[in-house]
Design a binder for this molecule. Sequence first.
Ligand code: 4AD
Ligand code: MG
Length: 469
Amino acid sequence: MIKKYSIKELLNKGKDVINKKVLVEGWIRSFRYSIFIILNDGSTIKNLQIILSKKLEKKIYKKITIGTSIQVIGTVIKSIGKKQYIELLSSDITIYESVNSSILQKSILQPKKHSFEKIREQAHLRFRTNIFSCVMRIRHHIAFCIHKYFHINDFFYIHTPIITTLNCEGSGKMFQITTMDFKKNPIDFTKDFFKCKTYLSVSGQLEAETAALGLGKVYTFGPVFRAENSNTSRHLSEFWMIEPEIAFYNLEENINLAEDFLKFIIKYILNKNIEDLFFLNEYFKKWNKNDKKYLLDKLYLILKFPFKRISYTEAIKILLKEEKNKNIKFFHPIIWGMDLQSEHEQYLVNKYFKIPVIIFDYPSCIKAFYMRINNDGKTVRAMDILFPEIGEIIGGSQREERYEILLQRIKDTNTDKNKLWWYLDTRRFGSVPHSGFGLGFDRLVQFITGMNNIRDVIPFPRTPNNAEF
Ligand code: 4AD
Ligand code: MG
């Protein structure tokens, strides 16, 4: 039996496999001097060089085009070239399917620079490109190490529902789900599948809170859905969120956890995915000439310093001062009580502090009902973590654990109390201070891979006007 290897396994084994007969499979990336096939199977950014040992029949030879899928049996030899340590001297090649050169020309597999927009239009083929395969491998490792972080820190993974009757965040639109045929039926949702109006969830937080109030430390990691018409490079209509929730944690402990968590992930990826990161680093060096800071530098910078922590009120003071002293004009005027806009966040992170910034104690009027009211009566124990380029990457808070105050907040924010009876009930059965946050998974992948558009870090993006594939 000839042993089958992935290209990653084979290259990692290096000298241990020299002179061994092996089998590999993959897709042809290029064919040089009619003798070298450059093969990739997705397991690594690196390719394997195959040397054709004998003259192939003309029939087969013609089929060796870019994108063609093949199986190769051959003997591993030490490479004479400097680029790679080993290569494969082929003895047998089987062609699974050859790509016709006329369709190849129109596809993103054609080896030349394609725009990200064009690559996105062929989302089903982009797993074969160097850049997107790097992003996908990194995305996998980030997801894996998130579970690892929580597991080693004694958190339990909770699956919260995707179908819900609630809008946890209060703001923004939700996707409604129904099995009703509106043409046949008048709109009466008591006749619908769940006998009420249901939606795709915007967050698993409220359910996660109930779990934390029994299990102590929990987290969710699942898809969430928001029907906002935000056509930006940082918004998706369907994205993945990680939401830890911790009993007996105050806001400061919550912030400490969030910072430690983000640094753990970045350290892990720098350690495990350096080949992919290095490829992306070089790619951006080549194509983003105006960008002076390279990807790896940006990642190391996150690890170097503690994140800057300031209150919302301090942030407003800084922005007002900068506007006055440096003659900067923001599009959105700065007034205490407003929601910070992307331009303000970017200014604080990229220009003023030049490191990630954590803003806490936001005005209650711009935040959701569940956040704990401070003694000043005007602000809540909320926190946002802002990263360079991406802006808000985490949003979290200490939760309102006091029954009466929570009830009042629910009324004040016009939230439907009846649907929240079970949530309120947790505040009557041994309520405790507790906190949590939500990390936008795709935004984190975007930051770590340095991609400009969030649509290029998720396999099949869902955005306004687009649900193809
Ligand atoms: O700030 P958000 O709305 O917070 C919540 O949903 C809370 N329930 C979290 C919690 O306390 N458990 O969303 C959290 C994060 C944001 O910081 C951002 O990174 C990401 O989710 N996010 C989006 N990512 C991609 N596309 C969108 N449309 C996003 N909206 C939010
Ligand atoms: Mg937020």
